[in-house]
Design a protein around this ligand. Sequence first.
Ligand SMILES: NC(=O)c1ccc[n+]([C@@H]2O[C@H](COP(=O)([O-])OP(=O)(O)OC[C@H]3O[C@@H](n4cnc5c(N)ncnc54)[C@H](O)[C@@H]3O)[C@@H](O)[C@H]2O)c1
Length: 315
Amino acid sequence: MSKILITGGAGFIGSAMARKLAEFPGDQIVIVDNLLTGRKENIPGSPFGNIRFIKGDVNDFNDISGVFFAEKFDYVFHYAAMVGVKRTLNNPVSVLKDIDGIKNILNLSKNTGVKRVYFSSSSEVYGEPFEIPQNESTTPLNSRLPYAIVKNVGEAYLRSYQQEFGLEYTIFRFFNTYGVNQSKDFVISKFLDAALNNRTLTIYGDGEQTRTFCYIDDNVDACERIFRQNEFVNDVVNIGSDVETPIIELAQRIVSATDAQSAIEHLPPLKEGDMTRRRPDNTKMKEILNRELIPLDQGIQTIIDSLKPAENVWN
Ligand SMILES: NC(=O)c1ccc[n+]([C@@H]2O[C@H](COP(=O)([O-])OP(=O)(O)OC[C@H]3O[C@@H](n4cnc5c(N)ncnc54)[C@H](O)[C@@H]3O)[C@@H](O)[C@H]2O)c1
């Protein structure tokens, strides 16, 4: 039986992970979230009553320290972060504040006997790519913007705490992940919201920039297996799909899947932060998942089916 903290667990990926981990009745899950972008409604109910929510800011030591000393966690999934391309570009100082949160989590984990910390890093640490596919150990990191730098610094902190204090870690480098309940800060939910309301879909630049899209079930299934099987201890693993799709093609597929009358409009390219290509070497993830990843069209259809036809709104 383990006691597990998920920071950011009222968000998209954290709440899905909480639901997955709570399937194990012996484990107790505690979610800490300040509801910056997360929502209380995201927090899953559990048939075993083993999920609890505490509102708190991980960047504020006073908020988070009491939780650690009272609960005595075995494992921590540190998923809380300021996210979203626009939000992070417009609020660089707040983004950098997340370094305080990483330090708080690691110090408190070290001082309260946490066995291992799982950290949601990002494909953004690779920056503009040096090579495709992007491999965990051979591809050089190229983080320039505050969001990517924070993830890079976070990775360095985890390695350093392991080296000096023996605190174990696993770093997940998440590539674009999508699914039901995602906020409109992310491209698929943004496009779906526009298409389902017959509004114009907007693309920065020519839309030839590619991304890979990982359905949320593949993300949480892989991460849960890594956790349960004690894989990739003190190691990094890319979590993402390896099928590249140009953004223009994504927009066209969503318009077609929703039978929308929406136009697709091109805006001037973003000045920074919109990488030309991104594709992980996901060999490690595939080995542990041991099944095919969910195809993009199937994932998009699952989201469309989950929305109430009568309302036809993203909520
Ligand atoms: N979704 C993706 O495609 C993707 C890709 C790469 C990395 N990630 C990383 O995965 C993690 C989860 O992202 P998500 O997509 O679920 O986003 P999300 O916005 O749905 O979840 C982030 C959660 O963290 C909470 N939070 C933010 N700052 C906090 C703070 N200081 N204290 C407590 N809670 C705080 C928010 O309220 C939110 O619930 C993040 O660390 C993000 O950087 C996500």
